[in-house]
Design a binder for this molecule. Structure first.
Ligand code: 13P
Ligand code: SF4
Length: 286
């Protein structure tokens, strides 16, 4: 089973069995009956697949494809923060290491973060590592107090307010949609803020011919293929995640021929991280 994130190169999305956002790919990794999962994405995604499906071989064609945001929090640093807030639950964005997930109560993705936060009984929570997603969600859940971690996605933060304002003035009739990893001043300008898969749905259903897209450039491939009559303009040329662009068809071929490189998680960490992912997957989606 070849899973590919929505930010992968066009030719990788083209050959994938399934493309999707982080949530859809985690669900697929948990339920597929395939013995081997080739994960075309970044390390934390393949790790999540290995956590959820320990009996499957999970291959990450480019083991050097990491996520700088995931590296902005460690299990040790999180434990230190938790010690200052005893009893406060930790909500961890899936863009994080297995070790950090193992020290968390529940995971979330950008597609379900609001539902996950609302599912908690407690009125206070620690949200790691994305400060922008955390602050975006917090606006809609004023009854809860958020303790934020100051992590961020360098790719989305490179989309400046000035760049978006320029695109909006060049295309005043276009709708602007962005990912919640964007800077708060950018999200505040958006007609809609959602996960990558949310963007496919919203752009398909919205009766407008032109969209300014505020997320990684890989999303354009399927947006354009599915909506040939609509125009999609990238909000900033800086919206390229170098890690998401690493995986080539040659890397995938090498993985399939050699059944390497495999991603695995030590069992003690895996079991604890799985609890946080399972709790997330148990939150009703609609
Ligand atoms: P989603 O696919 O969950 O929207 O996440 C975007 C992302 O940055 C993944 O690395
Ligand atoms: Fe990480 Fe941002 Fe790249 Fe996603 S787009 S993998 S959050 S750096």
């Amino acid at each position: 089973m070849l899973l590919a994130h929505n930010y992968m190169r066009d030719e990788v999305q083209e050959i994938a069995d399934i493309t999707g956002d982080s949530l859809a790919l985690s669900i697929e990794a948990a339920r597929t009956s395939a013995d081997v999962i080739v994960f075309c994405g970044v390390h934390f995604m393949a790790e999540s697949a290995a956590i959820l499906s320990p009996n499957k071989l999970v291959l990450l064609p480019r083991p050097d494809a990491g996520c700088p945001m995931a590296d902005m929090v460690t299990a040790e640093a999180l434990e230190e923060l938790k010690a200052h807030h005893p009893g406060v639950p930790v909500v961890t964005y899936v863009n994080s290491s297995a070790a950090v997930k193992a020290h968390s109560d529940i995971c979330c993705t950008s597609a379900n973060a609001m539902k996950v936060v609302k599912s908690l009984q407690e009125n206070e929570l620690i949200f790691v590592p994305d400060r922008n997603l955390g602050r975006w969600i917090a606006r809609f859940v004023p009854e809860k107090k958020f303790i934020f971690w100051e992590g961020f996605c360098p790719t989305h933060e490179r989309m400046t307010l000035d760049a978006v304002l320029k695109k909006k003035s060049e295309h005043p009739e276009a709708m602007f949609v962005c990912h919640p990893e964007s800077l708060p001043e950018v999200s505040a300008l958006a007609d809609h803020v959602c996960s990558t898969s949310g963007m496919y749905d919203w752009c398909r259903e919205t009766h407008t011919g032109k969209f300014i897209i505020g997320t990684e450039a890989g999303i354009l491939y399927k947006l354009r293929a599915e909506n040939p009559e609509k125009e999609f303009i990238l909000a900033s040329p800086a919206l390229i995640c170098p890690n998401m662009k690493l995986t080539s068809l040659e890397d995938i071929l090498f993985s399939l021929e050699t059944m390497t490189p495999a991603v695995s998680v030590p069992e003690e960490i895996r079991l604890k991280a799985k609890q946080a992912l399972d709790r997330m997957l148990a939150v009703p989606r609609d």
